[in-house]
Design a protein around this ligand. Structure first.
Ligand SMILES: [Zn+2]
Ligand SMILES: [Zn+2]
Length: 367
């Protein structure tokens, strides 16, 4: 098998070379088409749930064989409303097929030989940050040529600065992939402008569940929220294989496929509205459970599964320290904030297959 198929982190041109400038930047002349100016399909429609993908790759990444237009077609076929291209160190911009909004992003990919704290034996320094809804002015990308530092915090903070220079929303990717980031690091980055982390990067090697010596990504998120940081939890595909996934399986390889983790954003069908909803946390993340309602009035959090969702669901109310505060079974649940509550509340909904939806944390007003 080709290395590109198995190792989604080695193929990029910048691999192990984040201290040099990018070898190539995005194709074509830079057009100042910010996300806000992106394809606005139906301005008249009011806010509804839009299904979106915030992490995906095309052949512009070097570790996928699928051209961007085919990737967009694939997501349109799966019923997505919007996608953001996040090729490794390249800003990819293509027009979407009808019905699909397509936005430029980039996965700032710092793959380094050394970092501090050092990786555990056999693991590597793979520090990846998505800049979402970026400008297509690629000059700022050259700024990725990194700081003269091996400190993880400084390297990640640098990626946040590049994202800001690109006008994008920053997301820390797959924290448990090679254990790139722990809760202290993510909390420190939240103070520096980090908006989102991947709680469920559904690539098979993301290690979301953790192990005997590492917390799950969801536990990491709770540890971060428990410091008072406000960071949203995201589910993504990190897909590299699309129409070719079956061929890979037939060859005995394990593809990185799509439509396994996504976000549902309460927004109008425009880049500006979607981006703003993501920034303020008006969305939920899912790897299979569809919700119809997520409502919070300052004291009570109400969550319902969609009509099409099958069977009874398990609603879990989670608070400070990742503690389970309450649980319900059914198709909807309404939780009131305990009078003595400190910090945040969030809900995880699980179906009988184990698929989940994660609502974003809310901070009740004092009771
Ligand atoms: Zn990555
Ligand atoms: Zn990726």
């Amino acid at each position: 098998m080709s290395g590109a198929m198995a190792r989604r982190w080695l193929a990029p041109a910048l691999a192990l070379a984040a201290c040099g400038p990018p070898q190539e930047t995005a194709p074509g002349p830079a057009a100042p088409a910010a996300a806000e100016a992106g394809a606005s399909v139906d301005e008249a429609a009011g806010p509804g749930w839009l299904k979106g993908q915030l992490h995906l790759h095309s052949n512009a990444s070097g570790d996928s064989d699928t051209p961007p237009s085919r990737v967009a077609r694939w997501y349109a076929d799966q019923g997505y409303d919007f996608i953001v291209f996040t090729d490794h160190d390249r800003i990819t911009e293509v027009p979407g097929p009808e019905g699909l909004l397509v936005f430029p992003g980039v996965e700032l990919t710092q793959n380094l030989e050394r970092c501090e704290p050092p990786p555990e034996p056999g693991l590597h320094c793979l520090l990846h940050v998505n800049g979402l809804f970026v400008d297509t002015n690629t000059a700022a990308l050259a700024g990725l040529a990194g700081p003269a530092s091996t400190d993880r915090l400084e390297l990640y903070a640098h990626a946040l600065r590049v994202t800001e220079a690109l006008g994008g929303l920053p997301m820390l990717n797959h924290p448990n992939f090679h254990h790139a980031a722990d809760a202290d690091l993510i909390s420190a980055l939240a103070e520096r402008g980090l908006v989102m982390i991947e709680v469920a990067n559904e690539a098979w090697d993301s290690n979301n569940e953790g192990d005997a010596t590492h917390p799950s990504t969801e536990a990491l998120w709770d540890a971060v929220l428990s410091t008072g940081a406000r960071v949203w939890g995201v589910a993504t595909d990190d897909a590299h294989h699309y129409y070719d996934a079956m061929q890979l399986r037939e060859r005995g390889e394990r593809p990185h496929t799509g439509d396994r983790g996504w976000v549902m954003v309460r927004a109008e069908r425009s880049g500006a509205s979607i981006r703003e909803a993501l920034r303020r946390g008006d969305f939920y993340s899912s790897n299979g459970v569809e919700l119809s309602e997520v409502a919070f009035d300052g004291r009570t959090l109400r969550v319902s599964v969609a009509e099409a969702a099958e069977g009874e669901h398990h609603f879990v109310l989670i608070g400070d320290g990742g503690k389970v505060l309450d649980e319900r079974r059914g198709r909807e649940a309404s939780f009131s904030a305990p009078a003595d509550l400190r910090g945040y509340l969030r809900v995880r909904v699980e179906d009988r297959r184990g698929d989940r939806a994660w609502t974003q944390p809310v901070w009740p007003s004092p009771g």
